[in-house]
Write a protein that binds this ligand. Structure first.
Ligand code: NDP
Length: 281
């Protein structure tokens, strides 16, 4: 079987071209979408993600700003900074790059961002609305994956979907989105005993584990759609996914590459939701 690539990079470029037009229309009305990203500490991967977000936001015409804070910053100081942004009318989206240093309560920080400016969809109000099936800001990574599946006309209804990983930002919301589109879902995690057998029954497999090349061809049901969320560094320092793409080729019907699959879609949905906040204001 020929395995086709789910090209997130290409779809992201198409969507961002459209977003530029949306921002142009807003600017004509004197409305400039503003996105502020807060980066705490010196984590190398976070620095790269934040730089990409800033660069792509600017490309579509969003006014983006990065506030860089030292690792040693106190929790209250960070919360005060967020409160300032909550009151700033030129800022429509606020994003705090995760992970945060251990001495800072991540949930408290996410709760402090006003839910109307939460472009990551991590605020409990947005998470709750999403769970209830109401209109809401959505977690960007699974939202981007849904857009990618939709663009390639992947049928979801009635399919067996296995999501490996149960984090709040990827695994859990991914499962919910696939269930909302009528897939039958299974969620696996580090305590799952029969992972390979479950995987072999999955029509759609989403790997959000954080372990380089853990998922090989023998896990894959012939014809399955494989989505690789993982971003790991190999021993040589190369960016690799959770899926060993070469070994699933010829078995899967579709696979997302790393890089160029899920990553670009995540940023694109962040930009989409920032613009949407201004459009619906
Ligand atoms: P987390 O570390 O929060 O979650 C990882 C999940 O994988 C956990 O639920 C864990 O189980 C499960 N897991 C770990 N080891 C195994 C195993 N051996 N077998 C089965 N399940 C296992 O990670 P995230 O969800 O934040 O991210 C996952 C990956 O996706 C990372 O590589 C991250 O860098 C990447 N990522 C990529 C994004 C993108 O835009 N492309 C965006 C966000 C993340 P348990 O709960 O039991 O510990």
């Amino acid at each position: 079987m020929e395995t086709k690539i789910l090209d997130g990079k290409k779809l992201a470029q198409q969507m961002q071209a459209d977003m530029k037009n949306r921002v142009d229309r807003l600017r004509e009305q004197g409305k400039i979408p503003g996105l502020t990203v807060i980066l705490v500490g010196e984590d190398k991967a976070s620095q790269v993600y934040v730089r990409n977000k800033e660069k792509q936001a600017n490309t579509v015409g969003i006014k983006s700003e990065v506030i860089r804070l030292p690792e040693s910053i106190g929790e209250q100081e960070l919360l005060d900074q967020i409160e300032l942004l909550n009151r700033d009318e030129t800022v429509h989206g606020i994003l705090v790059q995760l992970p945060l240093p251990k001495h800072i309560d991540e949930q408290k920080v996410l709760r402090t961002i006003h839910y109307s400016k939460d472009v990551d969809g991590f605020h409990p109000m947005n998470m709750g609305n999403f769970l209830l099936g109401n209109v809401s800001t959505l977690p960007c990574t699974p939202y981007g994956i849904m857009k990618l599946l939709e663009a390639y006309n992947i049928s979801i209804e009635g399919k067996n979907a296995l999501i490996i990983g149960r984090s709040n930002i990827v695994g859990k919301p991914m499962a919910l989105m696939l269930m909302q589109k009528n897939a039958t879902i299974t969620i696996a995690h580090s305590r799952t005993e029969n992972l390979k057998e479950l995987a072999q029954q999955a029509d759609i497999l989403v790997a959000a584990i954080g372990r380089g090349h853990m998922i090989t061809g023998e896990f894959i049901k012939p014809g399955a759609v494989v989505v690789d969320v993982g971003m790991n560094r190999s021993a040589e320092g190369k960016l690799i996914g959770d899926v060993d793409t070469d070994s699933v080729k010829g078995i899967a019907s579709f696979v997302t590459p790393v890089p160029g699959g899920v990553g670009p879609m995540t940023i694109t949905m962040l930009l989409d939701q920032t613009i949407n906040k201004v459009e619906t204001d």
